[in-house]
Write a protein that binds this ligand. Structure first.
Ligand SMILES: *[C@@H]1O[C@H](CO)[C@@H](O)[C@H](O)[C@H]1NC(C)=O
Ligand SMILES: *[C@@H]1O[C@H](CO)[C@@H](O)[C@H](O)[C@H]1NC(C)=O
Ligand SMILES: *[C@@H]1O[C@H](CO)[C@@H](O)[C@H](O)[C@H]1NC(C)=O
Ligand SMILES: *[C@@H]1O[C@H](CO)[C@@H](O)[C@H](O)[C@H]1NC(C)=O
Length: 386
């Protein structure tokens, strides 16, 4: 076993503080990202995620771009923690076990164009970090007293928390649309991500769970928007150039995370290969009980993708001169991989989470869940061989 794996395990053998519940090593989660893990930020700022978004979810409005739970919800559940409230959500929020800074359409790169003029989200990773720093300091103003103390995390949670990051997909589509050379914009983008992670570390963050970016070329929206010629599809039916772009980003991200392990020896990093899990699902959809692999469950236009960017799920749109709400999902979202052609269904997220939660697709092969319940990170046999 490599020395850093030993230190990883030792670092995660954190003492449980008192008898506070839940009895987890990770008392809180702080999440940064885009719509893949937005639990209400975009809704708070720009209006709700309209139905049928959230139709499978128990809490309404769900503020999520899916029929139900996202990977971040399933992670919180598995750690025995409540679902994360969006930092921007000022109604009914409870941050005692973490906060979520992720917002739909967010990028790592700064943006120049306002959202209302068709730009990406103003809640870039840099802004999310500012929010986090604000949150960290202001949440500790215990002189507020009373109920506020019950709604905020304890100071010690910031160093014991799990910091989860899932962002980059929108930077890839933006760079691609702007015809920027990937060799230039990917390193710049990863450079900004690295700076962000170091800032979290400087604020006391020690445990990082970093998702790579999924197979962009297997989503209805990239497929419908670009209509690759037959030679540009892989054997599964995904658009090769988008998947290559994602893989290029992921390779560099993995190398960067390896470098961070050296630069920040007090921290632990799990690089989670979400790309491979999602690709596995897409390539063997039927075997795993899913149908219509590339078809949006809630979309418009029919055909193999059922996706029309101007008539997206839950958005108001005009059809034949009448304003309508795009509300009609497919009959059974539990049999679908793609919810709205961009985001995964709860059923797919559950399938994906089952595979990333045991460490099989992480480097090092660690599991946050075993860290919670067993009091230590589990390193699998595969890990010992390395
Ligand atoms: C924003 O504008 C600056 C200055 O013109 C430019 O360098 C940068 O690339 C722009 N960023 C984006 C995302 O367009
Ligand atoms: C906030 O959530 C925690 C965990 O679910 C709970 O124990 C606490 O009572 C909640 N606080 C308030 C004021 O509801
Ligand atoms: C990530 O990098 C590690 C080395 O740091 C390597 O062992 C692992 O296979 C890489 N994972 C992927 C998915 O490329
Ligand atoms: C819109 O009008 C066209 C022509 O009358 C018709 O074929 C089509 O079905 C209509 N679409 C909807 C969604 O009603």
């Amino acid at each position: 076993m490599e020395p850093f794996l030993v230190s990883l395990i030792l670092l995660l053998l954190l003492p449980l503080h008192g008898s506070s519940s839940p009895p987890c090593n990770f008392p809180a989660i702080f999440n940064f990202g885009d719509s893949n893990s937005d639990t209400g930020a975009h809704s708070s700022a720009f209006g709700p995620a309209l139905p049928p978004n959230g139709e499978t979810f128990s809490v309404q409005p769900a503020g999520r771009y899916s029929d139900g739970r996202l990977l971040i919800d399933l992670l919180a559940e598995s750690l025995g923690l409540p679902y994360l409230s969006a930092y921007l959500d000022s109604v009914g929020t409870n941050f005692s076990h973490g906060a979520n800074f992720a917002a739909l359409s967010s990028t790592i790169n700064d943006q120049n164009e306002t959202f209302s003029r068709g730009g990406y989200s103003p809640f870039t990773l840099g802004v999310q970090l500012q929010e986090f720093t604000q949150f960290k300091y202001r949440s500790q103003l215990y002189f507020l007293g009373g109920v506020f103390m019950e709604l905020m995390p304890k100071e010690e949670y910031f160093s014991r928390a799990l910091y989860t990051i899932d962002i980059g997909q929108n930077d890839l589509t933006q760079g691609y649309s702007a015809k920027k050379p990937a060799e230039e914009f990917i390193p710049d983008t990863i450079g900004l991500l690295t700076t962000a992670i170091k800032s979290i570390y400087d604020e006391g963050g020690r445990h990082f769970w970093i998702h790579n970016t999924g197979p962009l070329g297997c989503l209805s929206y990239t497929l419908a928007a670009t209509r690759p010629v037959p030679s540009e599809f892989d054997s599964v039916g995904c658009a090769v150039r988008f998947n290559e772009l994602a893989q290029q980003f992921n390779r560099m991200l993995n190398e960067t995370v390896a470098k961070l392990r050296e630069d920040l020896p007090l921290a632990t990093f799990a690089y989670v290969d979400v790309y491979s899990v999602k690709y596995l699902l897409v390539s063997q959809a039927e075997k795993y009980g899913f149908e219509h692999t590339f078809t949006a469950c809630c979309g418009y236009g029919g055909g193999a993708y059922n996706y029309d960017g101007s008539k997206r799920c839950g958005f108001r749109t005009e059809i034949n001169g009448t304003e309508v709400l795009m509300t009609k999902p497919c009959e059974d979202p539990s049999k679908r991989i793609l919810w709205d052609g961009i985001h995964y269904s709860e059923a797919a997220n559950r399938w994906i989470f089952d595979r990333i939660s045991n460490g099989e697709f992480s480097y090092p092969p660690t599991s946050p869940i075993s860290a919670c319940h067993g009091g230590k990170m589990v390193v699998t046999e595969k890990g010992k061989d390395r």
